[in-house]
Design a protein around this ligand. Sequence first.
Ligand code: PEP
Ligand code: MG
Length: 539
Amino acid sequence: METYHGKSVLQGIAIGRLYVIEKKESSWTKMTITDADGEVMRFQKAREEAISQLDELYQEALAQVGEENAMIFDVHKMMLEDLDYLEAIENRIRTEMVNGEYAVTVTGEEFAAMFSSMEDEYMKARAADVIDISARIVRTLEGREEPGLHTREPVIILADDLSPSETISMDKTKILAFVTKHGSANSHTAILARSLNIPSLVNTDVEITRDYHGKEAIVDGVTGCLFIEPDAETLEEKKKEQDAIHDKEEKLKLLIGKENITKDGRKINLYANMGNVEDVEKVLESDAGGIGLFRSEFLYLGRDSFPTEEEQFQAYKEVVSRMGGRKVIIRTLDIGADKKADYFGLDAEENPALGYRAIRICLTRQEIFRTQLRAIYRASAFGKVSVMFPMIISVKEIREIKEIAVDVREELAKENIPCGEVELGIMIETPAAALVSAELAKEVEFFSIGTNDLTQYTLAIDRQNQKLEPFYDSHHPAVLKLIEMTVQNGHKEGAWVGICGELAADDTLTETFLDMGLDELSVSPTYILKLRDKIRSIG
Ligand code: PEP
Ligand code: MG
């Protein structure tokens, strides 16, 4: 038995087989060749293999997610038949006498640069596709495997690190737990693990090697341990602990339908955070009073082009309808920093967390923002919708957003498309917003405090950087003061105030939050009943 330690993201125990995701970076180098015909043939063979992979992927996607979403593989196949692209690669092999891997990569980059410089949004988005198909050919030339999760049985994922877009494209029913060598407990992948209620470890002292693939393992989120090939005694013990956790969860279910009320009569709303449309199932099971944070950017991740207004509308409508009159707070697109999608064509930045992200993208690329707002307003006809905006720093931004929102509503009215009342709010997740919350409160109906970013920006600690975890203090008095100040300023102007960052689930602070007068806490569905239990024990 081998034992490793990591930082636990969610307390729970998973037992199953390991599935190793190795980040095998392409290792090719530019080489001079002597047999150009042979190299062109090698390239052509890889291209044919890539086409048959895409055929398979198309069929798989068609069965699972329908024709519209499967189309992308057809588009990629067509690109692999594009004569300009193929000739450019062959010419490069023959004239420069270079290996296929080099010729394909460099030609792919040139085509991508050409697409990126085009005005048309559709053509711009093709830049990511040409990079993708070039990478596929290179992968085939090198005999490397297709990334992703290819398993029938649910497994424990063991990886170096995982980005939100990698995690989002995995079949969640196949994941028992995540274990990563890198990654921080505040990253979006960790947040996703919590929302899926999967025990996970980050920053684990294990070497990621293929040798572990298929081996039996235990992830113990309570002690932060990973056991590989556990001995019979450990296995027995952990199975018992797993049963005990399960029993506790069952007991908590007795609180379904009960109020979130302290013994001395103070009430607070408990809402749920979610990212994918399928998460609504867990929200309903958790008995949350509403959805306090629908991270809409997850609709934009793990795909190759922008979701259309109709796709978004269907997604929001499904969530709103299934919540049956309970409030659904949709946060507009918070892309950028660690949440990346190639088709946005965002430049690499020195300081992405302080960069071009969230509302900054929406206000400068308004076509994206307007499409999303139209979809949200349309969905508002089917239930109780609120909308909130991320990464706000000024009153000026809110005024601009409100003008756009009014415009979108008028446009829909002219088209005779029905909309409901939509409450407007903002996230308070920058120290600037907390400090000017008295002015911001005059503009909106509610505040939702994003403690993940608020802590990162207040303490100047990159939430993605695992090395800084010893310095990270989620109870830092500066953060707590900013929260208190935001609540007071919000209330003075009649705005309600909640917390939707991970701190909301920290039950050592529940009493403090009640004392501060918070109106709502929004947490992963996993924590709703635990917090209800806590609240009912106070006073
Ligand atoms: C936050 O910053 O606290 C928040 C809820 O938003 P996200 O974690 O998606 O950045
Ligand atoms: Mg945030």
